[in-house]
Design a protein around this ligand. Structure first.
Ligand code: PAP
Length: 318
């Protein structure tokens, strides 16, 4: 808890002064304003939380930070890591049966300590702490970036499927006549104006860091997890220092974390961690290429063009 006292910028006046000078834009989706801090866009509450997090957070040895842009597979990754860390337990002890993966692996910028939402306190979590962020690499606290023992697992996804997932997520529970238009979503995405955007810069920063420090940052793709889940889960387990002795254990983790199972657990059918999001909203189709069912050839072309442009020379394909 001493982090709170030693903070250089946990000073509301200082935060307000910085925020007053930030660029902002009306975001049509939620009819909210997005603020641009350190080159990325997010809500005012998230930017404030990120500032406090960056300025005050002290990592502990063995911390594991899961990171992702929005709708790229964080729920699945959280479930897999919870299962790996917990070891194989019977149904009644399985944490995933008790709560949604977002409860077990809290997203830092939405936490009690940084915001006033009802999740648990990071500083009371037992080690190894497992937590998550949607924040870009550039604003992570130095104590995470500079620690050799604190590991990061990043997951990304094809941008077209990411957009479709995002579009469905924000249209969840909306009346047909109020649905957000996909054209506008694509347009804003390409401009980099969306929650935690720009997407490509977010991905590329973690990608470049993972190339420099592969022992510290594991870079994953949602599509690889779909194609060869056993291989990817084995990779994650090894990275977490919990490698499995046999294939059966990998299969148990995968079955526990399957979309079908999680979707049908009582806690995800009826529960809600955040007052404004129902747990069921995190589980939809979970397929690769769903964009083909929604995007026009023009949207496809626009997104392929920007993806090629942004990723060229990086060695990354999405
Ligand atoms: P978040 O950014 O709000 O945390 P995130 O979990 O990253 O969301 O993304 C949600 C996507 O992951 C959804 O994809 P879809 O809209 O294309 O269907 C969701 O269905 C998918 N997903 C959630 N859990 C799983 C899982 N266990 N296996 C595979 N995909 C999953």
């Amino acid at each position: 808890m001493s982090e709170k006292k030693s903070s250089p910028i946990v000073n509301n006046e200082e935060i307000e002064r910085i925020i007053e000078q930030l660029p902002k834009i009306d975001y049509f989706w939620n009819k909210i304003q997005l603020y641009q801090w350190e080159g990325f866009w997010s809500t005012l509450t998230t930017v404030k939380a990120a500032m406090v997090f960056k300025a005050t957070f002290k990592s502990k040895p063995n911390d594991v930070l899961l990171a992702s842009s929005m709708k790229t597979g964080s729920t699945w990754l959280k479930a897999i890591c919870v299962s790996i860390m917990q070891g194989n337990k019977e149904e009644e002890e399985d944490l995933l049966v008790k709560d949604n993966p977002h409860f077990h692996v809290p997203t830092i910028e939405a936490m009690n300590y940084y915001l006033k939402t009802p999740t648990h306190d990071l500083y009371t979590m037992p080690s190894p702490r497992l937590f998550h962020t949607h924040l870009p690499y550039r604003v992570l606290p130095d104590s995470i970036k500079n620690s050799d023992n604190c590991k990061i697992i990043y997951i990304t996804r094809n941008p077209k499927d990411t957009i479709i997932s995002m579009w469905h997520f924000f249209n969840n529970r909306k009346r047909l006549e109020d649905l957000f238009s996909l054209e506008e979503v694509v347009e804003y995405f390409c401009k980099g104006v969306h929650l935690y955007g720009p997407f490509f810069e977010h991905v590329l920063e973690y990608w470049e860091e993972s190339k420099k420090k592969p022992q510290k940052i594991l870079f994953l793709k949602y599509e690889d997890l779909k194609i060869d889940p056993k291989k990817e889960v084995a990779k994650i387990a090894l990275f977490l220092g919990k490698s499995f002795g046999n294939e059966e254990d990998l299969e148990i983790v995968l079955n526990k974390c399957s979309l079908e199972r999680l979707k049908n657990l009582e806690v995800n059918k009826s529960g809600s961690i955040f007052s404004y999001i129902h747990n069921s909203a995190y589980f939809r189709k979970g397929v690769v290429g769903d964009w083909k069912n929604h995007m026009t050839p023009e949207m496809e072309e626009q997104l392929d063009k920007i993806t090629k442009l942004k990723l060229q020379g990086s060695g990354l394909e999405l």
